[in-house]
Design a protein around this ligand. Structure first.
Ligand code: PRP
Length: 231
């Protein structure tokens, strides 16, 4: 990776979709004003200037925020704890829980299968998920081998179309599960979004990156807990 130099803009990676909207008030609270089309999902631009000539923003898929930061393409990012658990990148430091995007990673299966998600005598189970590593770890801890069907969306279709017995996915309101004849059987982890930074960048430019972390911390302290949790 190329470490940023003091005379080049830092890059903050933001996730597309619902977290981007939830992050907007925090960015404002941190005094970061990206170009107006950054929050417009219709815009095809991927990199945006901000009102600070030494800070740019890039808009990428939520899973890719962690990868851009781990490889140093972006020095900071906003990333779900689910993604951090999946990749477990040692290069990433997550100093702040931003208290937005609250949801959970859960196991679900078709309704009407009794109490247990997995019959006691099973030693393997087929699971559709976008979290292969997290899912394998979770079932391995229960002594069960998870055969992973790796999907990037529409996991809820997998049990119905016989691709898998279970799914592991994000659940917020539960309406996607209900609409597809599934029920949650187990919560693996609670999820919120985190501010993440590249450790090397933080070591080489502690003042600039530390100042940005402090601005997010200040924005958080000005946001009442209950408002952040529902964002
Ligand atoms: C997530 C997740 C579920 C849905 C859960 O998908 O994968 O499909 O949200 O939300 P709910 O419990 O409120 O129904 P998202 O909309 O983020 O899109 P994705 O499929 O691209 O991940």
């Amino acid at each position: 990776m190329t470490a940023p130099t003091p005379d080049t803009p830092l890059v903050l990676a933001l996730p597309k979709g619902r977290i981007l909207k939830a992050a907007a008030p925090l960015l404002a609270g941190a005094g970061i004003t990206p170009a107006a089309d950054c929050l417009d999902e219709g815009s095809r631009r991927l990199r945006f200037p901000t009102d600070d000539p030494m800070l740019d923003v890039v808009r990428v898929r939520s899973f890719d925020v962690a990868t851009f930061v781990a490889f140093g393409g972006a020095q900071l990012g906003i990333c779900g704890a689910d993604v951090l658990m999946e990749f477990d990148y040692p290069e990433i430091y997550a100093p702040l829980d931003l208290r937005i995007g609250a949801c959970r990673v859960s196991v679900a299966r078709p309704v009407g299968h009794g109490a247990a998600d997995i019959p006691a005598h099973w030693s393997r189970v087929r699971v559709a998920t976008k979290y292969p590593a997290l899912t394998r770890r979770h079932f391995a801890a229960r002594g069960i081998n998870a055969d992973i069907v790796h999907l990037h969306g529409a996991m809820e279709l997998a049990p119905v179309l016989d691709l898998s017995q279970l799914i592991v996915d994000l659940v917020d309101t539960g309406s996607t599960l209900r609409a597809n004849g599934l029920e949650e059987t187990e919560t693996i982890a609670s999820v919120t979004s985190r501010l993440i930074v590249n450790r090397t960048a933080l070591k080489t430019q502690p003042e600039r990156i530390g100042a940005l972390i402090a601005r997010f911390r200040h924005a958080l302290s000005a946001t009442p807990e209950h408002e952040a949790a529902t964002a």
